[in-house]
Ligand binder design. Structure first.
Ligand SMILES: [Zn+2]
Ligand SMILES: [Zn+2]
Length: 139
């Protein structure tokens, strides 16, 4: 790993993502049912970056669903190993989401925002979040 970039990858390594170091990440924990089903975990954690700082290598497939806003939320996953690695939202032009876990870095910045807490599993707590929403950020 070089110092100019931070790197993320899927399980099999077929898709890699390089982010220019110093690009600010907006890290969100989402407890919505779609993120629960998407990840298989009680919540998803996505770091959103300006797309100008994100470089993607490898083939992905995508799955789009309607977010609560009625706009598309698209997951981009590795067709070989199935890891969901990248995200785009019609509501957030110019930014790309990267699964926080794909960085495999215990020192990765923690979530600052916790959304869809109305379906949060009752043992889960996001102590680093300074913003909490029962639904989406706008709802
Ligand atoms: Zn893969
Ligand atoms: Zn969600």
């Amino acid at each position: 790993m070089d110092r100019d970039h931070i790197n993320a990858a899927c399980q099999c390594g077929g898709v890699t993502v390089s982010v220019t170091a110093g690009t600010t990440a907006d890290v969100n924990a989402c407890h919505c049912r779609d993120c629960q089903r998407r990840t298989g975990a009680p919540f998803g954690v996505i770091a959103w970056f300006a797309e100008s700082g994100v470089f993607i290598d490898g083939e992905t497939r995508s799955f789009a669903r309607k977010a609560d806003s009625g706009r598309d939320f698209t997951s981009h996953f590795c067709p070989r190993c199935g890891s969901s690695l990248l995200f785009s939202a019609a509501l957030k032009p110019g930014v790309i989401g990267i699964a926080a876990g794909a960085f495999a870095d215990p020192a990765f910045p923690p979530p600052v925002r916790s959304v869809w807490e109305q379906t949060q599993h009752n043992w889960v707590d996001i102590p680093t979040a300074t913003e909490h929403y029962p639904r989406g950020r706008s709802g």
